[in-house]
Design a protein around this ligand. Structure first.
Ligand code: CMC
Length: 392
């Protein structure tokens, strides 16, 4: 019969070829279409990186203006979707709402579900990138019982998102440009990360020919888990629980204890066996943002830095090559901006959407595309005859 490779967790299986993102886990290098992430985080901005990921090259000024204009035209949600939000309980996790709302988009935008039509694929792409901030902000507004804030298209992508999250009708709201730059940088750092669990989920879902909204909803659902995108929420909650520098050794000991399921959240990575280059930028950004907000003595940041220092010197973490990942410092910035921890993973989902769509587009356009269909190693009962219920 056929010979299969047995590789649970896909630790050594490449499922596709791709031209989008390159990671060298030993060097701690991350490139998008060849450009290093630290250069993109410093010099570029999120919508330009979206263009790069989607179309393969940095845009000219005209191309960028056209792209931003198209994204801006699509930021509103179909008004009927307001009722969809209202159907949730107020205490629903925003990730649950996002999974539902994005999946439901296929019921609202019939002209962008035919994946065989390049024009429809392009409209779906623009719609998803444009609407994701509105979708995430509305999930937040709903959860805190405030009215939805509609997008303002004279604002840039990050400022518009911050305004939809934090403005209320009775008050003037000015977006702090420093915060919007930090927000945009967080989006950029999360934009894509090759074949991670949620991206592989999107690819697998779309390999059946499912519509893009259904596939992105599948990606959001996968991202939610604490081993993946949910780690940013879990990490800040852990840092708060630790609470003070004196308690760090206790948690380090727990993380090393084989009989304790506790892990240091925001630490370790399947691919990086060195510093996550995104964590480096994020740490610097956390310092800047907290200083600008005048909260540099934030106890959570102090715990994080000391925890990082102690872990990096500890033989357990050294031997296993466990370093801080992207989720380690992002929560500290988001917390300082005023986001509750439940919004951390939705923000990751918002930003990762462009990566999911870029990978989806690449896959659909690939003439070798096949349905994803792993095999298994069957270890269950051998053939046996059915026994009537009275004889069991
Ligand atoms: N704390 C303590 N021990 C750890 C940790 C950690 N955070 N991560 C890995 N280990 C140990 C693990 O116990 C195992 O030890 P042993 O070989 O003795 O059994 C060894 O290191 C290898 O771990 P693994 O689980 O086999 O490695 P993996 O590649 O399957 O898992 C991971 C990668 C990211 C799921 C894992 O490191 C982890 O659970 N980290 C905490 C959650 C987290 O921060 N996730 C965010 C990932 S980055 C971006 C994202 O997706 O959001």
């Amino acid at each position: 019969g056929d010979v299969f490779t047995y590789d649970p967790g896909f630790t050594s299986t490449a499922a596709c070829d791709s031209t989008i993102t390159f990671i060298d886990g030993d060097l701690g290098e991350l490139l998008h279409r060849g450009y290093p992430i630290d250069q993109l985080a410093e010099k570029s901005h999120f919508l330009e990186v979206c263009y790069l990921l989607l179309y393969g090259e940095l845009p000219s000024a005209v191309q960028l203006e056209d792209f931003e204009g198209r994204v801006t035209q699509h930021t509103m949600l179909h008004e009927q979707m307001v009722y969809f939000y209202r159907g949730f309980r107020r205490d629903a996790h925003p990730m649950a709402i996002m999974t539902g709302v994005v999946g439901a988009m296929s019921a609202f935008y019939h002209d962008s579900t035919d994946i065989t039509d390049p024009w429809q694929r392009e409209v779906a792409t623009i719609r998803l990138i444009a609407k994701m901030p509105t979708i995430a902000a509305w999930a937040y507004k709903f959860s805190i019982g405030q009215p939805f804030v509609y997008p303002r298209n004279d604002l840039d992508y990050a400022s518009n998102f911050l305004r939809m999250c934090f403005s209320v009708p009775a008050e003037e709201y000015e977006v702090n440009p420093i915060l919007s730059r930090a927000m945009d940088r967080i989006f950029t750092l999360h934009a894509d990360h090759e074949q991670n669990a949620s991206t592989s989920t999107v690819r697998l879902a779309s390999s059946s020919g499912a519509n893009p909204f259904a596939c992105i909803a599948a990606g959001i659902a996968c991202l939610w888990g604490p081993a993946h995108g949910g780690a940013n929420q879990a990490c800040l909650e852990m840092l708060r629980e630790i609470g003070s520098v004196e308690r760090i050794p206790e948690y380090i000991a727990r993380a090393k204890d084989k009989d304790d399921p506790f892990r240091l959240m925001g630490f370790g990575h399947r691919v990086y066996k060195n510093f996550d280059p995104r964590a480096k930028v994020m740490k610097q950004s956390a310092d800047e943002v907290l200083e600008l907000l005048g909260v540099e003595n934030n106890p959570t940041l102090q715990v994080a830095k000391e925890l990082e220092r102690i872990a990096l010197e500890d033989p357990y973490f050294k031997d296993k090559k466990l370093y801080p990942n992207v989720d380690f410092y992002s929560g500290i910035i988001l917390d300082a901006m005023g986001f509750p921890t439940s919004m951390f993973t939705p923000i990751f989902a918002l930003a990762r959407t462009v990566g999911w769509i870029s990978q989806w587009k690449e896959m659909i356009a690939d003439p070798q595309m096949k349905i994803g269909r792993p095999r298994q190693l069957y270890v269950g009962a051998t053939r046996r005859d059915y026994v009537d219920v009275e004889n069991r």
